[in-house]
Design a protein around this ligand. Structure first.
Ligand code: SAH
Length: 348
């Protein structure tokens, strides 16, 4: 079709590219900075919000570009204050993000992929097949939406970000890093890297890559068991990425970054609630400085996995602590609205 301009998503452009766009059309290059502020600092969804630009400039932008913003279509609030968002992407696919309030923090838990390819047997997201990676701005926008909810509903600022929503962030590495770069830059939200945690199943070669890239955020690894046979049965990724490789990568990570790792660990009845598994974990924890979060199991109605007894969890905690390893028992949040870890499955 002659004369029709194929519109691009303007947020795929760097600041330099927006500048070039303006200069080529005889406009002042500082306009680019104004547009960029609207797009990233104020998360504008429409060119008409950009009121410091003339109407003709806005029309010109509309002719060439779209803003592929996300839409929070369904917001559910838990009894404990947790908010779960169903987030519709520009192509109609849906992911979920969660706001978790505590006494001194407000944490945004965000998704990095639509669905997940890893098939962890205890996780509801695994039932959705992986559809696609999220783009950097789709990740960024989830944080902005939660930041706005924090201010609106709690009158408090957003303090932390965790990549513990849907998907495996290390299988969408480039986009996740780009989103984090924006989130931590003065052009974006100016968040501190040390308040961001990326959670992964523990893909060894990507952990090494992060160490090489000198990333400044925190690393959490979903461990759940430190015996290969058991871990492979519940997390198939472990078959090709066994604990030995994971330990190697973590040692490399620590050598380069000097930062502790957090292990996430669920204790299940008849799966990993015995002394043998506790001892294996203690041994694994000796590789590098770390701490263990013993997280509560959030049932996904499959009948196979059941939370272990409080005594079993206690046994884990006291054995770890006796060995000088910090271990915390974490209550889950937002369970009543299926917003807790592993429950994100686009039910609504
Ligand atoms: N793919 C990343 C991030 C998503 S899962 C990862 O695996 O770390 C976020 C956390 O929730 C992980 O620690 C995961 O193991 C945990 N999780 C998954 N299903 C769960 C469930 N049903 N109950 C409790 N935690 C669960």
């Amino acid at each position: 079709m002659v004369g029709v301009i194929e519109k691009r998503d303007i947020r795929k452009l760097s600041l330099e590219e927006v500048k070039t766009f303006f200069v080529e059309r005889g406009e002042k290059s500082f306009r680019a900075q104004q547009v960029y502020d609207w797009l990233w600092k104020k998360a504008a969804k429409d060119f008409d919000q950009m009121t410091n630009l003339s109407i003709s400039t806005r029309e010109m932008l509309k002719e060439h570009f779209t803003i592929n913003h996300i839409r929070v279509d369904n917001m559910q609030r838990s009894e404990d204050g947790t908010i779960k968002n169903a987030v519709t992407l520009y192509d109609g696919l849906v992911v979920e993000s969660v706001l978790i309030p505590t006494k001194d923090r407000i944490t945004a838990c965000v998704s990095s992929q639509v669905g997940c390819s890893l098939d962890c047997k205890f996780c509801a997201t695994a039932r959705l097949k992986r559809m696609r990676n999220l783009s950097p701005d789709e990740i960024y926008d989830q944080v902005v939406a939660i930041k706005q909810q924090a201010e609106l509903f709690f009158n408090r600022p957003l303090t932390n970000i965790v990549f513990m929503g849907m998907g495996e962030p290390l299988l969408n590495y480039i986009n996740v890093i780009e989103a984090i770069t924006k989130l931590t830059s003065p052009e974006g939200l100016n968040m501190a890297s040390r308040r961001i945690t990326l959670s992964t199943v523990g893909i060894a070669k990507m952990i090494k890559k992060m160490a090489d890239d000198d990333v400044k955020f925190n690393l959490a690894v979903s461990l759940h068991d430190a015996i290969n046979e058991t871990r492979s049965a519940i997390m198939p990724i472990n078959e090709t990425n066994p604990l030995e490789d994971l330990a190697d990568a973590l040692k490399y990570w620590y050598k380069k970054t000097k930062r502790k790792v957090t292990y996430e660990y669920v204790v299940w009845k008849d799966i990993n609630d015995t002394q043998e598994h506790i001892q294996a974990l203690v041994k694994f924890c000796k590789h590098i400085p770390c701490k263990v979060n013993l997280i509560e199991y959030n049932p996904i109605d499959d009948g196979v996995f059941q939370q272990a007894s409080p005594e079993a969890v206690q046994r884990y905690q006291s054995t770890l602590e006796k060995n000088g390893i910090v271990a915390r028992i974490r209550k889950s949040r937002g369970k009543d609205i299926d917003a807790a870890c592993g429950q994100l499955a686009n039910k609504s």
